[in-house]
Design a protein around this ligand. Structure first.
Ligand code: URA
Length: 244
């Protein structure tokens, strides 16, 4: 693990500004391996050195992974001048600089959203070349017919000519379906159903790969996960298509 400046590590882990971290360190609020350190540029090995600030031991994490049950009416963005965003809902204890949602759900879409500061992880989840299927539950304004199932059994060309890779559709009841897609185009599911003459009244993301929205997370709630616990995202995709 390469060395880093003490002020940088404290600022990033505690979500305070570098300036505040520097001031605190100069005032004697920091200890490294039990020794008081007053130099903001003191080099530390994050994860190896024991760093304390304001009497609390830092629990160093290079990246953070937050699983959210996104409620309706909130923007999938890191910040917005006027509207509430998903990062606004992250509790203070999990907040950090650089947090962003892994992919976007529409404002009215609910369900599983991962928020992180790990760009490589996000790329692995989102890259179409990785073919990670995202599963949604869609409530529609009309019946799912044999014709609908036929349309979804091959590539769909959207109204603007965009060709979407094959989605997998399972009818749950007359007007409710589970659908899996492995791309993340703007309003993709709504536009795909549009091709079949159906409107989407409600859309909820249930899973990414084989990682399912935890049952105990109510809308608006989130919880920190270890990266290893998110591994099901990257496994089992092929099998889970068998039921469709
Ligand atoms: N497809 C949509 O139309 N909306 C979403 O939020 C996600 C997928």
């Amino acid at each position: 693990m390469p060395s880093e400046r003490l002020d940088k590590i404290i600022a990033s882990q505690l979500n305070i500004s570098r300036k505040d971290a520097r001031t605190g360190i100069r005032r004697g609020m920091a200890r490294v391996n039990g020794e008081a350190v007053k130099a903001p540029d003191f080099q530390v090995k994050p994860g190896e050195d024991i760093i304390e600030y304001a009497g609390e031991k830092l629990n160093y994490k290079k990246y953070i992974y937050i699983v959210m049950n996104k409620p309706a009416g909130v923007l999938s963005a890191s910040e917005d001048k006027n509207r509430q965003t998903v990062t606004d809902l992250v509790p203070d204890g999990l907040k950090r600089k650089g947090l962003f949602p892994v992919g976007r759900l529409d404002r009215d879409t609910t369900g599983l959203l991962i928020i992180t500061d790990d760009g490589d992880f996000a790329h692995r989840v989102l890259s179409p070349s990785k073919s990670i299927y995202k599963t949604y539950r869609a409530e529609l304004d009309g019946d799912i017919t044999e014709e609908t199932l036929g349309i979804f059994s091959r590539e769909i060309t959207l109204a603007d000519g965009t060709v979407c890779r094959r989605a997998y559709l399972k009818r749950l009841d007359r007007r409710t379906a589970e659908i899996k897609i492995c791309e993340g185009r703007y309003h993709q599911i709504k536009r795909m159903f549009g091709v079949a003459g159906l409107g989407v009244c409600r859309l909820e993301r249930l899973a990414i790969g084989d990682f399912r929205l935890p049952d105990n997370l109510k809308p608006g709630e989130c919880a920190e996960f270890h990266k290893n616990e998110l591994e099901p995202i990257f496994s089992g995709n092929a099998n889970s298509l068998d039921a469709y």
